[in-house]
Write a protein that binds this ligand. Sequence first.
Ligand SMILES: C[S@@+](CC[C@H](N)C(=O)[O-])C[C@H]1O[C@@H](n2cnc3c(N)ncnc32)[C@H](O)[C@@H]1O
Length: 249
Amino acid sequence: VSQRDVVRREFSRQAASFDAAGSLFRDTSILDWIASHVTITQGARIVDVAGGTGQLGRYLAGDASTVVIVDLTEAMLATGLRSALEDGCDNVVFVRGDATALPFPDAEFDVVVSRFALHHIEDPAAAVTEMARVCRADGSVTLIDMLAGGLRHDELERLRDPSHAQALTQDQLEAFLTAAGRAPRRAAQHEQTLPVDRWLAQAQTHDLSRETIRDALIAEADGGPATGLRSARSDDQLTITQRWLLIGD
Ligand SMILES: C[S@@+](CC[C@H](N)C(=O)[O-])C[C@H]1O[C@@H](n2cnc3c(N)ncnc32)[C@H](O)[C@@H]1O
């Protein structure tokens, strides 16, 4: 089974939860944080790579001429298309494709964004190279992803969602952009605290894995070994805190 098969299997299961009420991916405080770091000029052509149901691309679509959401998983695209039609979006297009072999000509877009996707991709450097290729020289490439928190972090993320490949460091993300010819000029970090139940529900985590993850997080919150997810307990609520990075040229 290839990594792409695992991605398609997991995100076919998760598709409905992306556009549901309470979805992390629809959270406007997170979308506002990203939008404040991405300049969209009137008439821009935008591509949201591994864009899933297109929550980010749709949020940025206001001044754009076209927003293309490209993703590997048909169920994600179909869910996004339904929501976009319901919302009356008339400048958003959904396309099936692989981030490491984008089905677009060189320099097709003014704005390239990709959120929470590189950690699902076996060869994230190849995906960044593709994003740079399809972006005009005077356009921008912006990557948003969680930052690596060590081996245990990746293990627990993979238990939560088997399509997690590896979280990346800021140095790796900078190196991918630089190697692709896009000097990173913008970087911002965001600390996101999440209730563990909401985080597990978002990925539709299987019951057995859910228990293992909760046990590790509770042990950490009670002074046990670090998980890289910085768990804490307050008022009967168990939380984790992820560090997210936005980086671009
Ligand atoms: C966590 S979701 C994020 C979706 C979207 N970027 C967002 O932030 O709302 C990860 C997405 O990456 C997609 N994906 C993973 N590997 C991919 C690849 N090689 N090419 C295209 N899409 C991919 C999955 O299908 C899934 O929709």
